[in-house]
Design a protein around this ligand. Structure first.
Ligand code: SF4
Ligand code: SF4
Length: 369
């Protein structure tokens, strides 16, 4: 059976602005029924890396906080620490970055809690018994919450083609150790012709796996130390590092889906999903910048089914014409926009495997509000 996906387009008028539309989506998608009085309600968001400007504006989140409070729920905003050494690798840096990016209490009216604790060690082992994992390490604050709203910026991603609800849920609620488990099949390679020896990747690498060879003036990666976080591929300003697709490219996506299953294990009838298809950048918000949008802003979508939601969003993006002053320049008419940017990341796999795993359905009814 097809799932309902509710869609608010970008039109606004004096009686209804986009913030009002977010509240309307909450009601129309049936999210009131997810929240009981006194529920601790985790808002899984992405606070954005320092320097990124593509993450969801906190004002939108505030409206959802208002809705949850009006039902007697106790909302808090959360995300887990990153694997790579950036501005969100421990709770202190993470909270500092979140506040700098506008997620202060005065704006969002809810506390921020880093989901896997000070250094990423607070998690719960959740059994899933699937192809890759018997159990997954779900961040403690997400696991122990009574209800979960997954609020995602829909955009491109170097590993999964696009990042939406499934990626935010699976990779985003995994603790640091969990993220390492999901990335363990990813191996990067340095293109020596493109490398300039600037050492930016060396500074960023969480595992000390990269060193610039002083004689050659080129970066070298020690595969024995590499955790597979993939962050060096987006850190290099000269695009000299790429994921080696000699490894099985679909495995990381399947692992993300198994983590998503774990995150929802104790949230039956208690989880809802929003995707903001605005500022559709080629890379994720873990990058310390936001490149030009590849398509126009499309709107905001909500559903109780994360698979249907992501499918609807990717279809909407693919119906658009690519923007000429963006990474899609020269591929404006491509039928698969994310495939044109990340040709080796087969984004279909996350949707197909999620459907197979029972997380939802790819069939949807798009309901315009
Ligand atoms: S960041 Fe890129 S150019 Fe700089 S050393 Fe690393 S691979 Fe080479
Ligand atoms: S070398 Fe490995 S561990 Fe280091 S940043 Fe790249 S993918 Fe991550």
């Amino acid at each position: 059976m097809a799932a309902d996906v509710f869609f608010a387009d970008m039109r606004a008028r004096h009686k209804e602005n986009l913030l009002d539309k977010v509240e309307k989506l909450f009601v129309r998608a049936g999210m009131k029924e997810l929240i009981a009085p006194k529920d601790l309600v985790a808002f899984k968001v992405h606070f954005g890396e320092r320097g990124n400007t593509g993450y969801i504006r906190p004002q939108f989140i505030r409206r959802l906080v208002n809705q949850v409070k009006s039902l007697g729920g106790k909302p808090f905003l959360t995300d887990a620490n990153t694997l790579y050494v950036g501005s969100r690798a421990n709770a202190v840096d993470h909270l500092q970055t979140a506040i700098e990016n506008g997620f202060g209490y005065a704006v969002v009216d809810a506390p921020l809690i880093i989901a896997d604790g000070l250094t990423g060690r607070d998690y719960v082992n959740v059994p899933v018994n699937r192809k890759h994992f018997a159990e997954v390490k779900i961040s403690s604050a997400v696991y122990h919450a009574d209800a979960l709203l997954v609020i995602s910026h829909f955009k491109g991603h170097e590993l999964t083609g696009f990042g939406g609800a499934l990626k935010n849920l699976g990779m985003g609620t995994g603790s640091r150790g969990g993220k390492q488990m999901m990335h363990s099949d990813v191996l990067p390679e340095v293109n020596e012709e493109k490398c300039r020896g600037c050492a930016k990747c060396e500074e960023w690498c969480p595992a000390g796996a990269i060193a610039v060879d002083q004689e050659k003036g080129r970066a070298q990666i020690d595969a024995r130390k590499c955790l597979g976080c993939g962050e060096c591929t987006i850190t290099c300003p000269h695009r000299a590092i790429a994921i080696s697709w000699k490894t099985e490219p679909d495995v990381a996506q399947e692992k993300i889906v198994e983590y998503a299953l774990g995150a929802l294990k104790n949230k039956q009838g208690k989880a809802g999903f929003f995707n903001f298809v605005l500022n559709v950048s080629p890379e994720c918000d873990c990058a310390g910048w936001t490149d030009a949008s590849i398509v126009r802003d499309i709107g905001i979508l909500a559903s109780l089914d994360p698979v249907a939601l992501d499918q609807a969003c990717v279809d909407l993006v693919n119906r658009e014409r690519g923007l000429p002053e963006s990474r899609l320049a020269g591929h404006e008419e491509a039928a698969d926009k994310f495939g044109a940017i990340w040709p080796k990341a087969n984004w279909e796999r996350q949707l197909a495997y999620a459907e197979e795993a029972g997380l939802g359905t790819r069939a949807y009814n798009l309901v315009k509000i």
